[in-house]
Design a protein around this ligand. Structure first.
Ligand SMILES: Nc1ncnc2c1ncn2[C@@H]1O[C@H](COP(=O)(O)OP(=O)(O)OP(=O)(O)O)[C@@H](O)[C@H]1O
Length: 312
């Protein structure tokens, strides 16, 4: 099915993206970004650009600075120097909620949703698009009821697109691990982003789930024509779906370009990959839907542990 770039009805379209504005998807430009934590330089004069409508991967060994970069882009960390330009704004000067209003949504590395139904979690993503105030909602005035219904319809549409339709009214706690990660992505998509930041979206999934998620991420880019910046250790997946790759080591950029070039770059092989990347498209295998053991797909570079209910 298609989820298009606007909400289901003309009325709903007027409630989408209040600040992020119409028109083309903006580029995201990271300019000479430096982040220091006391004596430690987590990002060192980093520059790269996420072109509109592309999947751009940010990769590198543990501690290279990938999450720090995400945290600066989403306003969680302050930059020591440099800028992040998006939609004519310097994001390093904005609070997280203002960045979200510009159409930037993110998922978190170690989050595993456990509370509420899928619908409840997706409606949280619709929150910033809701116009009705607390009193009108409490009184269930007709226009707020209509607005809630529209948001629920849109959330259901996004759930369907991510293969979560049958689970829409089910508790997330009862879903397989891979589906819970999908709910987290669906929640971010419910914000109607124009830039989606995915922090290790397949960490802890088994090969079949990884493959399905890779396909979903590519479909999201193609159906919504949004930009996606992804941090992921599964190199097979990155090489399959990324349009462009930026490689960090000790906070510094060591390579930037299309995946074919990156996987043969001697500096990247030496710092991170070790050996040229194999495609990890899995053979049909017998893992069950609830098998959540961190797999050892060949080209998966050592990963962080999966935690529950935490963000990094
Ligand atoms: N809030 C913080 N305070 C102090 N040091 C930090 C903080 N956040 C990150 N760091 C340090 O900055 C460096 C980069 O960490 P970061 O988490 O960005 O790396 P990463 O590439 O995302 O690693 P991983 O792949 O393990 O998630 C590390 O040395 C880390 O210990």
């Amino acid at each position: 099915m298609s989820i298009g770039t606007t909400a289901t009805t003309p009325e709903a379209a007027t409630t989408s993206r209040p600040d992020s504005g119409p028109g083309p998807v903006p580029a995201l430009t990271v300019e000479n970004l430096t982040v220091r934590f006391s004596g430690l330089v987590a990002l060192d004069d980093l520059s790269f650009t996420v072109a509109p409508g592309t999947i751009h991967a940010l990769i590198g060994p543990n501690g290279a600075g990938k999450s720090t970069c995400f945290n600066v882009i989403s306003g969680v960390y302050r930059a020591t120097a440099g800028a992040v330009r998006y939609a004519d704004k310097d994001l390093t000067r904005l609070a997280p909620h203002r960045i979200a209003q510009l159409g930037v949504a993110r998922t978190f590395q170690n989050i595993v949703l456990t509370h509420g139904t899928v619908a409840d979690n997706l409606m949280l993503g619709r929150h910033r698009l809701t116009r009705a105030g607390f009193t009108a909602s409490a009184l269930r005035l007709p226009h707020t009821v209509r607005e809630q219904r529209r948001h629920r319809e849109r959330a259901a549409e996004i759930a369907d697109f991510l293969g979560l339709g049958p689970a829409f009214d089910k508790p997330v706690g009862g879903l397989a691990y891979g589906d819970r990660k999908r709910v987290e992505m669906a929640r971010a998509l419910c914000m109607e982003p124009r830039l989606l930041l995915l922090d290790e979206p397949v960490a802890g999934m088994h090969p079949t789930e990884r493959s399905a998620m890779a396909e979903t991420i590519a479909r999201v880019r193609d159906a919504l024509n949004i930009s996606i910046l992804i941090v992921e250790h599964d190199m097979g997946l990155i090489m399959r779906i990324a349009d462009s790759v930026t490689v960090l080591d000790f906070g510094r950029l060591i390579a930037d370009g299309p995946p074919e070039r990156i996987q043969n770059d001697p500096a990247v092989i030496s710092a991170y990959l070790g050996t040229p990347v194999q495609d990890t498209e899995p053979e049909p295998e017998s893992a069950t839907a609830t098998d959540t053991s961190a797999d050892t797909a060949e080209a998966t570079v050592p990963d962080t542990e999966r935690d529950s209910e935490e963000t990094s």
